[in-house]
Each structure stands twice: as structure tokens, then as C-alpha cells.
Design a protein around this ligand. Structure first.
Ligand SMILES: [Zn+2]
Length: 291
């Protein structure tokens, strides 16, 4: 199969950010992505300070950043890209807010208010999911980790009740990250679902997540995707985790096609495999119509 022929596979990005205030507009993003065969993107919001000037009240700043994100998602849809609009309370924000002088209980309350707002938008169909929520991927203070964990649990519990997608940002240890988080989810009386997504999963987390009924997204770098494909695990989606602004070395949603076509060219994957990863798994997790 020629690279040209194989590049017809529609490409999905299962986790990307967008920052239309400081980075690419929805129009620029959509144009570049569609040119590279992009059909679907899960767009995840960024933190208030990523947008620059914001209202002085942290609560207002967070709610405003959610509103900016929802507006950008609908602009992107109007450009012909299928979008899942996701916003949460980033675990790294917990540390940032503590370093700004807030008490752990104050960060917890702020996070709860933001999540409540996002859940209302989910219920009304303006958001499709909650994320990123979860734990820090680096060493964090015990209480910071606890605040993050409590917010994650609330998001999983309430988000599942609203049938929202949940993007989990975790520490990436390997299968134990999935197995122990599954224990938490069981305690919440939430059933495993393809709508609960282990974002930025290490390839060896994919079989653990799939066998329990969860989804996983894998970073779209060549070496990571090759490791995922080598496991012959089909239950994942590909993500760019593009920050929304052009940074040197960042994976972009429009670079995924080239990497994935490289898998075909080197006979590491079949076209059937790419359709499964880019369409079937996306339709199952996000509930969107196929292209
Ligand atoms: Zn992200």
C-alpha cells in the first residue's frame, strides 16, 4: 500500500488543547487539521492564566475560561470538525494555587465550584466531558495529592451520573495506575465505561484499561505509538496533547497522520487497525457519529 493511498485514513485526535486567545484560532486549527485528514478532536480546556488577563476573582477567572473554551469548541464545529468539548480542573493547578497562598481546603472548594459549573454545562449539552482531572504526574505534597484525588473522585462520580466523558490525568506508573484507580472507581459505585479515559497512558496500561472496560489515549509520538502497536492491543486512541500554542517540539494534531501512515509504510500496522483506533474507538468513547 502506498503512503498516499493509506493517508486516506481519517485521523482523530483524542486529546488536544486549544487556546484561541494566545495561540491558534479555531479556524487556523481546523484548517491545518482537516488538511491532514483530521475528522475528530477532543478539545480540552486550558487554565485561566494560560489566557492572560482574567477577572481578579479566581472563581470568576475559572468560569470565564470554561466559557471561552465552550465558545471555541462551537467555532471549531462550525468549521466542519467533529468535536468533543472537555473541561476540568487540572491537577497541576492545585499545586499552582497552593503556591499562590491558598489553603488546601480553599483549593478543594474552588475546584468543586468549577466542577459543579462544568457538570451543569455537561447536563445541558454544552460540554461533552470533564477533564483533565486526576493526580499529578510528578512528586507532589501529600495534601496537594489528596485535594487532586478528592476532586477526581467527585468528577468521576458526578460525571458518570451525567453520562459525561472523563479524562483522567494520572501518574503513569504502568498497569498499577489502572488497577488502583479501578479500586477507587469501584468504591464510588461507578461501573467501568469506555467513557472513562486514561489520558496519556503508557502503552503497557492499554491492555489493563481495556480488560477492565475503560479507554486509553496514547501520545502520538513515533516511538510511543510503535510500542503501543507492538503490544497488539487495539483498545486505544491517539492524542497529540497539543498545548494550543505553537511550541518547539510539540506534537500537533496535524502531525498525527504522518506518524500513523509511517506505521503502515513500515508494515507495523494495518489499515484496519488504523480505522479501529481512529474511528471505532472514538465513536465508542465519545458517542459521535463516524465520518
Ligand atoms: Zn492535556
Amino acid at each position: 500500500m502506498s503512503a498516499n493511498e493509506s493517508s486516506k485514513v481519517p485521523i482523530a485526535d483524542a486529546h488536544s488543547h486549544i487556546n484561541a486567545v494566545r495561540g491558534l484560532s479555531a479556524n487556523e486549527f481546523a484548517e491545518a487539521f482537516r488538511k491532514a485528514n483530521g475528522w475528530f478532536v477532543a478539545l480540552v480546556g486550558v487554565s485561566p492564566w494560560d489566557y492572560g488577563a482574567m477577572p481578579p476573582s479566581l472563581r470568576d477567572a475559572y468560569l470565564k475560561s470554561v466559557d471561552i473554551h465552550v465558545k471555541t469548541c462551537s467555532e471549531m464545529r462550525s468549521k466542519g470538525v467533529s468535536v468533543a468539548c472537555i473541561d476540568g480542573f487540572y491537577p497541576g493547578d492545585v499545586d499552582k494555587l497552593l503556591s499562590m497562598g491558598l489553603k488546601p481546603s480553599e483549593v478543594l472548594n474552588l475546584g468543586r465550584e468549577v466542577l459543579q459549573y462544568e457538570l451543569t454545562l455537561c447536563r445541558n449539552g454544552l460540554l461533552d466531558g470533564i477533564g483533565e482531572v486526576g493526580r499529578q504526574h510528578y512528586k507532589a505534597m501529600p495534601l496537594s495529592l489528596l485535594v487532586s484525588e478528592l476532586l477526581m473522585e467527585e468528577a468521576i462520580k458526578a460525571g458518570s451520573e451525567e453520562d459525561c466523558v472523563i479524562h483522567l490525568h494520572l501518574e503513569d506508573i504502568g498497569p498499577d495506575t489502572v488497577l488502583l484507580t479501578h479500586e477507587v472507581i469501584k468504591r464510588l459505585n461507578v461501573k467501568p465505561s469506555s467513557k472513562i479515559i486514561f489520558h496519556h497512558a503508557r502503552p503497557d496500561m492499554i491492555p489493563a484499561a481495556s480488560s477492565l472496560g475503560y479507554s486509553a489515549t496514547v501520545f502520538g509520538r513515533k516511538e510511543v505509538l510503535r510500542a503501543a502497536v507492538a503490544l497488539k492491543a487495539w483498545g486505544f486512541m491517539v492524542e497529540s496533547d497539543f498545548p494550543g500554542v505553537m511550541l518547539n517540539g510539540a506534537v500537533t494534531p496535524w502531525s498525527l497522520a504522518e506518524v500513523e501512515v509511517g506505521l503502515l509504510r513500515d508494515s507495523l500496522a494495518t489499515e484496519e487497525f488504523l480505522y479501529k483506533v481512529n474511528i471505532d474507538n472514538i465513536v465508542k468513547s465519545y458517542g459521535v457519529s463516524p465520518p
